[in-house]
Design a protein around this ligand. Structure first.
Ligand code: HEM
Length: 428
């Protein structure tokens, strides 16, 4: 064959390879999240293929400002931010939050979102997310039983405790029908009732997972409650008066704690004003269209703009000012409106998420926070140390902050890096 013929063949092969590569690239581009989310406005930088990585770097340290900036522009809608693991769509509007709350698991998944966020295969393990039988337990059994048993719940669990529990359980069953009051025994009950395999390592992971979900955030909020009590000592007397009045007639019961509306309010306002942005995480299992017509493609990661929602003057008067009895004062009724209680879910108070995956531990958590605050106001005067009378500023990482103190306070006392009594929260 002639040289000319070989040259023709290689040119033809080159053209075919180049065409196929171009088709693959074009297909990849049309399937990419960047293309599929092109109708969702980008905030915090550009949406270019390379430049979005610079935006993602910026998001690490200015995530809260970027989310506030997006909310200010699109407070009834959505926007997207770039993160190192891809685009995250931030949900702002009331109706859209309700849509997320109502969406079935086949449309959007809380557990897939968590698997990715927490890198579950390397941290908690996947079993707890693929067969989460301990989650409904948190809702039903824990909420029903916590009033009589919350003090018995152990902080730390590692394997001998489970084995000990199994042994005790055997004895209880043999002796009488006594209902043991600890988390391990309750979970063992669920495993046995549902005829699952009793795998000690798997149980240990689930207990650690529940501890991880439950303890950190509750302890953070308790610290924040105490810091607010120290920063605003004028609330101590009315709180103490309420606790004394109620326990004098009713004692320390679940029902008497429920009647402490000022205590409930102080805890709720602490959560309202001290929150970060990390709630309402979902990953779409299929394309999803919100009731306002906005569509998002399968695979999209979502979160709520929790903090800007809490700081929105359309929802709350002077939203960035700490008002310890804000919610009780929103109604003049004698009975505290149940919708205003700390455990209630509304799109304007999104710290516990929304809908079917809203925090099932919130009844237990707020009960613990309230009973602890009630005890503390009776027995202690809480104050900042004399040599450091202000709160420290908070550090942010991506959209989250530790809940122990808010950031960006402007102290009128002029202590740089600290938070004064007269300070106001700033929205950015
Ligand atoms: C004040 C403290 C707490 C806060 C602010 C909080 C917040 C949250 C949030 C935002 C979610 C996700 C909801 C959503 O995306 O719609 C969640 C889920 C969850 N929380 Fe909490 N939580 C707290 C305490 C607790 C406690 C004490 C427990 C257990 C005793 C608990 C157990 C859970 C569980 C099991 C889930 C997963 C629900 C599911 O898979 O459907 N939480 N929590």
């Amino acid at each position: 064959m002639s040289l000319q013929y070989y040259s023709w063949i290689s040119s033809a092969l080159f053209v075919v390879a180049a065409t196929l590569s171009a088709i693959c690239l074009i297909r990849k581009w049309f399937n990419s999240a960047t293309y599929q989310l092109k109708h969702v406005p980008t905030v915090g930088g550009s949406s270019g293929v390379i430049s979005s990585y610079f935006s993602a770097l910026r998001f690490y340290f200015h995530g809260h400002k970027i989310i506030q900036e997006g909310y200010d522009k699109y407070h009834d809608s959505v926007f997207k931010v770039s993160t190192m693991s891809g685009w995250r769509v931030i949900i702002c509007g009331r109706q859209m939050i309700e849509d997320v709350g109502r969406a079935p698991n086949k449309s959007m998944s809380f557990h897939s979102a968590l698997t990715e966020l927490l890198q579950a295969p390397y941290t908690l393990g996947l079993a707890g997310l693929t067969d989460p039988y301990h989650i409904p337990f948190t809702q039903a059994s824990l909420t029903k039983r916590f009033a009589s048993t919350h003090l018995d719940i152990k902080d730390e669990i590692i394997r001998p405790l489970i084995e000990d529990c199994l042994e005790k359980k055997k004895q209880y069953e043999e002796i009488d029908n006594k209902d043991p009051k600890d988390l391990v025994s309750w979970l063992v009950d669920v495993v046995q009732e549902t005829k699952r395999n009793l795998d000690v390592e798997d149980l240990t992971r689930r207990i650690l997972e529940l501890n991880f979900i439950a303890n950190g955030v509750t302890a953070s909020i308790l610290s924040d409650v105490l810091l607010n009590l120290a920063t605003y000592p004028e609330y101590a007397a009315p709180l103490r008066e309420e606790v004394e009045r109620i326990i004098e007639t009713e004692g320390w019961t679940k029902a008497s704690i429920a009647k402490m509306r000022k205590v409930d309010n102080f805890v709720k306002e602490t959560m309202h004003i001290g929150t970060g942005n990390g709630t309402g995480n979902r990953k779409l299992n299929s394309d999803f269209t919100f009731t306002n017509g906005i569509s998002l493609p399968i695979g999209t990661n979502l979160s709520f703009a929790t903090r800007p929602i809490h700081y929105d003057a359309r929802h709350y008067e002077n939203p960035t000012e700490f008002q310890g009895f804000r919610f009780a004062e929103m109604t003049n009724q004698e009975d505290y409106d149940p919708k205003l209680q700390a455990v209630s879910l509304t799109p304007e108070f999104a710290i516990f998420g929304a809908g079917r995956h809203a925090c099932p531990g919130r009844f237990f958590a707020t009960y613990l926070l309230k009973i602890t605050l009630a005890n503390i106001v009776l027995s202690y005067a809480v104050a900042h140390p004399e040599d450091h009378p202000h709160r420290h500023k908070q550090t942010w990482f991506k959209q989250s902050q530790s809940l122990t103190a808010p950031q960006n306070w402007s102290s009128r006392r002029g202590c740089t890096g600290c938070i004064g009594k007269d300070a106001h929260y700033e929205s950015t």
